[in-house]
Write a protein that binds this ligand. Structure first.
Ligand code: NAP
Length: 228
């Protein structure tokens, strides 16, 4: 497969490494331009490209950048990109540590739904609940007892099935976590987040999640920011 990866940090870099090892052809981009990705390209054999090219060269395009930067992607990023190209969102909202306040999410929009609105494209949510290093190192062959499982959520069954397959190829059991609006069940602060459960554990964790956003995962209010 041709796989575009927008974001070449912890997750984007490790997905580049693993997908290339598996024989896929990766086109990877960051915010500063392909010339700054020469080391990653040399290490993995991936092709360093612009963000626009990454969106156009993939059968699957993974967007893996800090949530707050999503609106700064080119407005027409996916214009003309065929509908059958699968877009994956790995993002998490870290209001207090990194992203600041994102009003839509604070008002109750599910994180990946907000990303999808920004991109103007349907997305499949995956890889958001596993540490980048575990994604790189803890994959195991199918059938291995205790194999880590990852939840995958999205509205388009065909797109989701493509991502479920890729998760398995990467060495993880893939659990269908429902539609995109169900994906709050795998957001930061939920039981499945960074837990490395097996498939049964992931299903149980998704089922036991609470929709209430805990205070540590909310932006501090303007009032609180002034008094702190
Ligand atoms: N780290 C983890 O273990 C982990 C696990 C699961 C999910 N996540 C989530 O996955 C996303 C990526 O996390 P990360 O840890 O990989 O981030 P990171 O290490 O900070 O890397 C971010 C990457 O995004 C690129 N980027 C930022 N703004 C961009 C833009 N406007 N256009 C193109 N590229 C842009 C950066 O490029 P430049 O360096 O050129 O600016 C950098 O390559 C986040 O939402 C994070 O919460 C992270």
């Amino acid at each position: 497969m041709n796989i575009g990866i927008i974001g070449a940090g912890n997750i984007g870099g490790n997905l580049t490494r693993r997908f290339q090892e598996l024989g896929h052809k990766v086109f990877v981009a960051n915010s500063r331009g392909p010339e700054t990705l020469a080391d990653l390209a040399a290490e993995t054999g991936a092709t360093a490209v612009t963000v626009e090219e990454a969106a156009r060269r993939g059968d699957v395009v993974v967007v893996t950048i800090p949530q707050k930067n999503t609106p700064s992607l080119p407005r027409d990023l996916f214009a003309g990109v065929p509908d059958n190209v699968v877009v994956v969102d790995t993002g998490n909202y870290y209001p207090q540590q990194r992203d600041g306040r994102i009003a839509g999410i604070e008002d109750g929009t599910v994180e990946s739904r907000w990303v999808s609105q920004q991109l103007g494209r349907p997305v499949v949510k995956a890889f958001n609940n596993i540490y980048a290093e575990h994604l790189l190192k803890l994959g195991k062959p199918s059938g291995t007892p205790g194999r880590i499982a990852l939840p995958v959520a999205g509205d388009d069954e065909r797109a989701k099935s493509v991502v479920l397959r890729l998760v398995d190829e990467l060495g993880f059991d893939a659990v269908d976590a429902g539609e995109l609006d169900d994906s709050w069940r795998q957001q930061p602060g939920t039981p499945v987040y960074a837990a490395d459960f097996d498939a049964e554990g992931v299903r149980r964790a998704l089922a036991s999640a609470s929709k209430e956003r805990k205070p540590e995962w909310r932006a501090k209010s303007d009032k609180a920011a002034q008094t702190n």
